[in-house]
Design a protein around this ligand. Structure first.
Ligand code: T3D
Length: 264
């Protein structure tokens, strides 16, 4: 599916969402945000898609909110309308990424700024090109933070570093991102697509129900105490224990064979 600003394609059980406004560093205007939300919802609902990848065209991953469109809104006849984009676009986009029952990878090919960085932080793994950069650009334009970064960033790097990055908006290069826990892996620029493709296809051929359960358990535990988290772990073990993939995998183990996962 190709819509203005965002391209979505599915191949080999991997759904790839590409931010595609390279003339604006893939900044998100209303059309792009609508296409992003629609595309993510379709990928989330499609049982044939077992891994989702986010990436960008050209020099950037995503520069966050399109500031030209934003200023047009602020200086138009209904400036308050501008802020509807947070509940109507950014929040459901963040929830869809966080709640979908399949792993999400961010292939961060260049700069990820503002909400663009927040989108990458919602992924399970961030594979960075060596030239990629994060910048929490919100305060630099006099704004608070959004798209889940108040929730994800402290969990990724701790509250002290999160506050420093949000207050300063400074650029965090790939090697620093790896050192502080913002990146899963850093690869040479020219190897990013190959590395992410291999990882995405590996995950897409994996135990999808178990991956979804792990996502839910880790997400739940981030906001609950040990006792409650143990209860959720028990429930997810019961759920995944009833799956065809679990049954087939333990039988394959005992037969000293490699398991084949169907995602069921
Ligand atoms: O209601 C709401 O809207 C609130 C929601 C807010 C969520 C947010 O995301 S707030 C944060 C918004 N993003 C930013 O503040 C980042 C702004 N961009 C930059 O700081 C830099 O452009 C980058 C660090 C991303 C990249 O720098 P660089 O040197 O590689 O590129 P550049 O020369 O600055 O930009 C290249 C072009 O992209 C340029 O256009 P031009 O002059 O060639 O016609 C520039 O204006 C355009 N561009 C970059 N970012 C945006 C953008 N155009 C619109 N919106 C952008 N965010």
């Amino acid at each position: 599916m190709t819509t203005p600003g965002v391209h979505v394609e599915v191949a080999e059980a991997v759904g790839t969402v590409t931010f595609d406004r390279p003339e604006a560093r893939n900044a998100l205007d209303d059309a792009a945000k609508t296409a992003l939300l629609t595309g993510l919802r379709e990928l989330a609902a499609d049982p044939g898609v077992r891994c989702v990848v986010l990436t960008g065209t050209g020099a950037a991953f995503c520069a966050g909110q399109d500031l030209r469109e934003h200023v047009r809104g602020l200086t138009g006849s209904s400036p308050a309308e501008v802020w509807r984009t947070v509940p109507e676009h950014y929040n459901p986009i963040a929830r869809t990424l966080h709640e979908m029952d399949k792993p999400v990878l961010a292939a961060v090919n260049g700069v990820a700024a503002g909400a663009g960085a927040s989108l990458a932080f919602l992924a399970d793994c961030r594979i960075l090109a060596a030239s990629a950069v994060f910048t929490l650009a919100f305060a630099g334009i006099g704004l608070s933070c959004d798209t889940g970064s108040s929730w994800t960033l402290p969990r990724l790097v701790g509250p002290t570093r999160a506050m420093e990055l949000l207050l300063s908006g400074r650029r965090v290069g790939a090697e620093e991102a790896l050192a502080i826990g913002l990146a899963t892996e850093v690869v040479p620029d020219e190897e990013l697509a190959t590395r992410v493709g291999t990882l995405a296809r590996t995950l897409a051929a994996g135990p999808t129900l178990a991956y979804a359960a792990i996502r839910r358990a880790v997400g739940y535990a981030a906001g609950h105490d040990l006792g409650a988290s143990l209860e959720v772990e028990a429930e997810e073990m019961r759920r995944t224990g009833a799956s065809a993939d679990h049954r087939a995998a333990v039988e394959a183990f005992l037969a000293k064979e490699r398991p084949t996962f169907t995602g069921t």
